[in-house]
Structure formats: C-alpha cells, structure tokens
Design a protein around this ligand. Structure first.
Ligand code: SF4
Length: 400
C-alpha cells in the first residue's frame, strides 16, 4: 500500500485547487474505482475485493469529492471521462449513474465527450451493461486478456473466453459502438502461436480498438513470488517477445487496425481520446483513491489508502504535489510524445517552451537518426520500427 503522507504543504487546500484549475479551459477526468471481485495474480494496481457496503460508502465519498470541485472556474469543460480501476463494472448501473450525475452537475461535459468505462467480463451482465449505457457511458474497455481459458486461469482472471464473448455481445446489443478489448502477451509459457491465435480471434469480434500489452512481472504480486522461486513457466525470451510484437502489428494492420501508440491500435476514427491526452500533455484531474492529476503544470495524487480516502468524505488529502520544471515538461513532451506513431511536433515544442527542438535536443536527434532509431516527419520526429523495438532505451536518452 502506498505510504500516506498528509503533512504540511503537501496537502492542497481548496484555494490551491482553484488556482490549479484557473486558466485551464478543458480537462480530462479520471475516476478511480479500486474494487475487484478477486485479485489477478499479476496485478499491482490499486484495487482490492471489498464488501458491497464498503463499495457504496466509497461511491458516496467519491460523489462528495466530485461535488467539491464546484469551485473550478465557470467554463472549465471536460472532453473525456474515464472510469478506471480496479473494476469499475463491479458497481451497479445506479452507482455509475449517480457518479455521472455528480460529474454532469459539476463539470461542463462537452456534447461529444468520450466517456469510457473499464469492464471485467466476470462482472458483466446484460442489464448492467444497458444501465451503463443509459448513464451516459459511450465507450467500453473490456479486459479480455487472452482467448485461451488455460491462460486466463494462469493469470487468475475471473472469467472464461466464452464469458468475455458474451459480455462483448451484450455490449453490442446495448448499443455500444465504441469498444476496446485489452489483450496481454508474453505470458509465462505462452507460444507465439497461442498469441497469434488470440489476435486472430480478437479481430473476428471486430472491436473498434485493441490494446495489446506485454505482461510485466511486478514486485509484490503472486507472479513475482512464483517467478523468484522459479515456479513460473518460462517467460518468452526477448526475441520471442519481439516476434509477438511484430505479429501484433502485422495481423492487426491486415484487419484495418492502425497502430497509433506503442501498444494501441484502432480502426479509423477510434483512437482513445482520453489516453491520447496523457501522451500529448493534456491536463487531467483524477478523482477517487490514488487518482493522479496533472493540471497547470503540476502533478498531484489523492491518498492511495481506500479506507482513509472513504473516511475523508470527499475532502481527501492530496500528496506528492510536484510543480514540473520546464526541463521536466520538455522531457515528458519527448518521451510521451514519441510513444505516438505521429511523433513529436517541432512547432508545438517551440510554442510550449519558447525554445526550439534543435536548441535543446539537436545533437541527440541527429545521433538517433544516424542510428536508424528516429526519422524526420513534416511536423517533427518519430520512432522508426527499429526505434520502436528499443523504445525504452531511446526515450530514456531524452532525460535532461
Ligand atoms: S481485474 Fe484488473 S485491476 Fe482487478 S485485479 Fe485483475 S488486473 Fe487488477
């Protein structure tokens, strides 16, 4: 559990919050729902199984926190809302409806706002999905992860492939025409053929968006302990992992899914606007336990202790307040922007920082181009295929 630090100037007063929001015309909202029916064996997200009564108390605290933002200046609008977790679909349609009512009562939600909710297929039934639609959710992100039941069991997921497909079909039936499915590669013992098979089944479902991430074994998870004890089936080696990544790109491209970020693929017009905001420096306000914010150049988080958050009844102490320096912001501009296939724009860099890309990163850009890791675009620079394969290494070079 994240250490709670509530001392001195780390706690934001209401006045500060108002100042953070002033001058910000449009923001993204992130709403954290930290509950799951059961913890997956690889998961280190802020989530835990909790009784229904505790979930309801949390929802009430969250609604209070949302309403407490009413001090934000008139005209602050929200262009995306994202319910993440945890498992937001563990909440009832009524609970999601009440949260959305508070959001609409507090923020000016743009008419074409993207309003997403993450759904675990093990918590989805047709009535609940319909209620989410009626509450205003217009995009679902379904955690399918694998098209093989034995892999789902290994991961500790609470659903089967058949249940995932039923949830997907129920979402279509309810009228959702913007659906993402999450898939996970590089699982212990997974063969490239098994991954290829998951991808082929996924495209048959025809979601509008596919997120395909490689598993990372995080400390503090059951997978980590098993891995350390040598009891986990071998992970695919680097070469196999790269092979899986290239399968992903080619299979999805053949079916019309364009890669727009290192791990994200979409049919035309269906890139995730909320997540794209993270990669392009758009401000966001996080609500709920542990939720992170980035507003007017300052980062902060809510306390990550679910009980402490709930007991604070909408007045959560914010921690880890950090005003980013110009250098911090330039670094982020580069290593987040280079995640996108569009790359970074030289004009936007100059407009934002009053210095040219050449001035700040000229030598490095030239070196990366000479190494075949970067290429020039009309707007600026982007990773080549070779650069994408070693993206972590490339991006770390942009730290000033
Ligand atoms: S459903 Fe998601 S948040 Fe919940 S335990 Fe599994 S991976 Fe973690």
């Amino acid at each position: 559990m994240t250490e709670i630090r509530q001392t001195g100037d780390q706690i934001l007063s209401r006045k500060c919050r108002r100042e953070y929001l002033s001058g910000t015309n449009s923001i993204s909202l992130y709403i954290h729902i930290p509950f799951c029916l059961r913890k997956c064996r690889y998961c280190d997200f802020l989530s835990a199984p909790q009784p229904q009564a505790d979930r309801e108390r949390y929802v009430q605290a969250l609604i209070r926190e949302i309403r407490a933002q009413q001090e934000c200046p008139a005209g602050t609008s929200a262009d995306t809302v994202f319910f993440g977790g945890g498992t937001p679909s563990i909440l009832s349609g009524e609970q999601i409806g009440s949260i959305m009512e508070a959001v609409r009562g507090t923020f000016d939600i743009l008419p074409d706002a993207e309003i997403s909710l993450e759904m675990n297929p093990g918590t989805a039934d047709a009535d609940r999905i319909l209620a989410f639609k009626k509450a205003g959710i217009n995009r679902l992100s379904i955690g399918v992860q694998s098209m093989h039941d034995e892999e789902l069991r290994l991961l500790g997921r609470i659903h089967t492939v058949r249940e995932a497909k039923e949830a997907f079909d129920a979402a279509r039936e309810a009228g959702f025409d913007n659906i993402n499915i999450d898939l996970m590669s590089a699982l212990p013992g997974q063969s490239p053929e098994s991954w290829e098979d998951s991808l082929r089944t996924a495209v048959e479902w025809k979601p509008e968006h596919i997120s395909a991430y490689s598993l990372i074994i995080e400390p503090g998870t059951p997978f980590y302990d098993l891995y350390e004890a040598g009891k986990l089936a071998p992970l695919p080696d680097e070469e196999t992992d790269r092979k899986m990544y290239h399968y992903t790109r080619s299979i999805l491209a053949r079916h019309g899914y364009a890669r727009y970020e290192i791990s994200n693929y979409a049919l035309p017009g269906h890139q995730c606007r909320h997540n794209s905001g993270y990669w392009t420096g758009h401000p966001y306000l996080g609500l709920g336990a542990g939720a992170a914010s980035y507003v007017n150049g300052t980062r902060f988080s809510n306390i990550a202790d679910i009980k402490a958050y709930t007991d604070a009844l909408g007045q959560p102490a914010r921690t880890d307040v950090h005003a980013l320096s110009q250098e911090d912001r330039m670094e982020e501009f580069m290593f987040l922007g280079l995640r996108m296939t569009a790359g970074v724009s030289a004009a936007v860099f100059e407009e934002r920082f009053g210095r040219t890309l050449e001035e700040v990163y000229g030598n490095l850009l030239r070196r990366h181009m000479a190494q075949g890791l970067l290429e020039q675009t009309e707007e600026g620079f982007r990773l080549t295929e070779k650069g994408t394969d070693v993206s972590n290494y490339v991006m770390s070079d942009y730290l000033l």
